[in-house]
Design a protein around this ligand. Structure first.
Ligand code: XIL
Length: 377
């Protein structure tokens, strides 16, 4: 029986990471799991602008320091997340009290001050920062998202953030991070943004593919008894890595999860009721075997591609460690029970864990000079 952990199977091909909250550090079982299974950490929330600088000039680093020091003390790589984002950023950063955008000068000065203070505080403890998060639009025909920073500063707020970051700390890596690169139109916008930054001489050291992925359920099927259909993103794993790599040599998977719940027909903000519960929260009493199998298959495909493209990929980071911690229990619908990660609510490895590990080992064996011998044995 194979007894290696996933991290041991990966064996340095790329870092294996997890996003955590400070609660995890107070739980010995979590600490044990984290240090055994992962070698990289991202702060799930506490390094975001609203946590780090809730009021102008008032910086609070206690929680971020705990996580950064935990990473350092355990020999794990720490990634900073995030400096410029349209969410979890206080209104004063970009807006006047009446909600109108600040002047370009005022917003640039907030951005610069924030980036300088935060990056210099964590200097030496953070390998790299997600300098800008989610700047591209989801809408057809629209390049950049309508973000508060963009309203105040203009389209060049992305370049300005990277320039401030490069000036604040020349030794820390600077990343652009976004979701949806598995969808070709969104991927094109991300690639275009990277190419424009490159053209303008802006330093970007890595591109983050968030990789919030999910099983695909046909509308109306009962997920407790039916198979999901093949998710379109499953055939986009390699094209995504290759396209991002062509735009920026260092590709990172930054927020990996693979949701098992059906997307609600009524969309974001749907409220869970007795009527819709069975349709949109079908796995609150556990995961049926066919769902474990579908999730395992897709995790195997992902990790096979990660290992195959280890020369292009520097890390794969899960968005939380166990299913109970996942933000997807509360997004896009509050209060559901989902199972998107490799560890269950009791921190036990799931079938998907073994599938991912075995895919990595298989991929390695496939290119080993001894593979034919091993096959005979
Ligand atoms: C999420 C956190 O997981 C939640 O706890 C929080 O309430 C909202 O933000 N993209 C990102 C992450 O870049 O920062 C988000 O994290 C998930 C989507």
């Amino acid at each position: 029986m194979e007894s290696r952990t996933l991290k041991q199977a990966i064996d340095g091909s790329f870092l294996l990471g997890a996003a955590i909250s400070i609660r995890a550090l107070d739980d010995p079982a979590q600490v044990d799991l984290l240090t055994r299974e992962f070698d990289q950490i991202t702060a799930e929330n506490v390094m975001k602008p609203m946590h780090v600088q809730p009021r102008p000039g008032e910086f609070t680093f206690d929680a971020g320091d705990r996580i950064a020091n935990f990473a350092r003390d355990n020999g794990m790589t720490m990634i900073g997340h995030t400096l410029a984002w349209h969410q979890q950023t206080p209104a004063w950063f970009t807006q006047q009290p009446d909600g109108a955008p600040l002047s370009r000068e005022a917003a640039l000065s907030h951005l610069r001050e924030h980036i300088f203070t935060v990056m210099r505080h964590f200097r030496g403890r953070v390998l790299g920062w997600d300098v800008v998060n989610e700047a591209t639009s989801d809408k057809e025909g629209e390049f950049l998202r309508d973000a508060p920073l963009r309203r105040a500063i203009g389209d060049d707020y992305v370049a300005q953030a990277f320039r401030f970051a490069a000036e604040a700390d020349p030794d820390t890596k600077l990343y652009y991070n976004d979701y949806g690169a598995e969808r070709p139109p969104k991927r094109e916008r991300i690639v275009r943004l990277l190419n424009e930054l490159k053209r303008d001489g802006v330093r970007v050291d890595g591109i983050g593919w968030q990789a919030h992925l999910g099983l695909k359920w046909e509308p109306g099927v009962d997920a407790r008894t039916h198979e999901p259909t093949r998710a379109p993103w499953a055939d986009e794993i390699e094209p995504t890595i290759l396209a991002l790599h062509a735009a920026c040599p260092n590709v990172m998977v930054t927020e990996l999860d693979l949701d098992v719940l059906p997307w609600p027909a009524t969309g974001m903000g749907t409220v869970l009721t007795d009527e819709n519960r069975d349709a949109i929260d079908p796995f609150r009493d556990g995961v049926p075997d066919h769902v474990h199998a579908a999730q395992s298959q897709l995790y195997a495909e992902l990790f096979d591609a990660f290992e195959k493209h280890r020369d292009k990929l520097s890390r794969a980071t899960f968005w939380c460690v166990n299913d109970g911690q996942s933000w997807l229990n509360n997004w896009p619908v509050k209060g559901r029970t989902t199972h998107p990660l490799l560890f269950d609510r009791a921190n036990r490895p799931k079938p998907a864990y073994y599938a991912a590990r075995d895919a990595v080992l298989r991929c390695k064996r496939g290119r080993s000079p001894f593979s034919s011998k091993e096959a005979i044995r």
